[in-house]
Write a protein that binds this ligand. Structure first.
Ligand SMILES: NC(=O)c1ccc[n+]([C@@H]2O[C@H](COP(=O)([O-])OP(=O)(O)OC[C@H]3O[C@@H](n4cnc5c(N)ncnc54)[C@H](OP(=O)(O)O)[C@@H]3O)[C@@H](O)[C@H]2O)c1
Length: 354
């Protein structure tokens, strides 16, 4: 279904209203070797806000704090801070050798938040994400600290990014049972070439009142269609090739096969691979807002245009099929054939449409 940036929707079970596309600012700054310079980042920010967008995402990690600094300056210069929903993240370490300057614990959360507020030139963030699970910190410590920062007014809402589904479920259930601040959103990697979260995270989020905001919707640019098998193309994935970060390993046979179908659909629809990939994701159940990234204003305009592309059912089915996850246990048992053994062959429709 087509929409515009002003078609606001509530983020999870909350009163926070966000645009269907969020401006990701991981590309604000060039120190990582693949971002945008100050003037270009400024143009990206302005174009998004002028187009009606109200949701911006950053992290203390991004470009060593430069992303937050730029975003803070741009918001202050344009006097738009209060009309925007500003999201930032904590977890990654800021001081080599000091384990308490990273992770999910109370000491690091409070340290990181102070730094983010300073760099963003604001006295509150609308959404604070736990960036990545640290394996060690007990869930109740995270929840109590979330609760404290929300009650203090420095944070409006809290969310989780790269975490196991069981951990998200444990946190939310504890929050409900203990009357602590609830999680309103999940930020996972999710795109046509990375659908693993459909197994556990998405059903869990739907049942827990948690909205989903996918990151790397174009698989770091792979799904824009600019990369060609066997050729060298300028772009992030080329720059970071061999870095060892699994997020950037996108040149697999399976992914090239998916891209072939994306290209086919784009040609048929008189559109582009980037728009088709974003439109497919926009229509996935549970997705509230997609975090888009760009290093150039033309890329941003191209990606914003995805909101007005409508895919046919047949095109969506073709994309679903080529990118489907392989069968795995126990999920293979929950399809119609095996369920018939539970219902005695009778067709049952649940209140939630399943
Ligand atoms: N929570 C997490 O762990 C996590 C991780 C990653 C990202 N994020 C968030 O998600 C946001 C978006 O992620 P992402 O930047 O990886 O998104 P993405 O859309 O998958 O990749 C964006 C990159 O792809 C290329 N690109 C985008 N549109 C294009 C187009 N139309 N034509 C050609 N190339 C295009 C550009 O890179 P080049 O020009 O350099 O090729 C651009 O910087 C980030 O800013 C951040 O806020 C979160």
């Amino acid at each position: 279904m087509t929409s515009t940036l002003a078609d606001y929707r509530t983020l999870g079970r909350s009163g926070l209203k966000v645009s269907p596309l969020c401006l990701g600012t991981m590309t604000f700054g060039t120190d990582w070797g693949w971002g945008a310079d100050d003037a270009t980042s400024r143009a990206l920010f302005r174009r998004y806000v002028e187009a009606g967008g109200n949701f911006v995402d950053t992290a203390d990690l991004y470009v060593g704090g430069k992303s937050e600094e730029m975003l803070g300056r741009f918001m202050a210069e344009d006097g738009v801070r209060d009309r925007l929903v500003v999201a930032t993240k904590y977890s990654y370490n800021a001081e080599p050798g000091n384990p308490n300057a990273g992770g999910n614990g109370r000491k690091n959360l409070l340290r990181a938040l102070e730094g983010s507020l300073r760099r963003l030139r604001t006295d509150y963030v609308d959404l604070l994400w736990l960036h990545s699970w640290d394996v060690h910190t007990p869930p109740d410590e995270v929840l109590r600290t979330f609760d404290t920062v929300v009650r203090s007014g420095r944070v409006r809402y809290v969310g989780l990014s790269d975490v196991p589904a069981w951990y998200m479920t444990r946190l939310q259930t504890l929050a409900e049972a203990s009357h602590l601040e609830r999680i309103i959103a999940l930020q996972p990697e999710y795109s046509l070439v990375e659908r693993t979260v459909e197994r556990e995270h998405l059903p869990a989020a739907a049942s827990l009142g948690i909205g989903v905001t996918p990151w790397s919707p174009l698989a770091s640019g792979f799904l824009s269609g600019k990369y060609v098998r066997g050729a060298v193309t300028a772009g992030r994935l080329e720059t970071v090739k061999g870095s060892g970060n699994p997020v950037f390993e996108k040149f697999s046979d399976r992914n090239w096969g998916i891209l072939d179908v994306v290209r086919e659909v784009a040609a048929e629809a008189g559109s582009t691979p980037a728009r088709v990939s974003l439109a497919w994701l926009r229509d996935r159940p549970g997705v509230t807002s997609i975090l888009i990234g760009a290093t150039r204003p033309e890329q941003l305009s191209e990606n914003l245009a995805a909101l007005s592309l409508s895919l046919t059912d047949e095109q969506r089915t073709r994309l679903d099929t080529v990118s489907a996850l392989p069968q795995a246990h126990p999920y293979a048992l929950f399809g119609p054939t095996m369920q018939a053994m539970l219902t005695g062959g009778v067709t049952v429709r649940g209140f939630d449409g399943r």
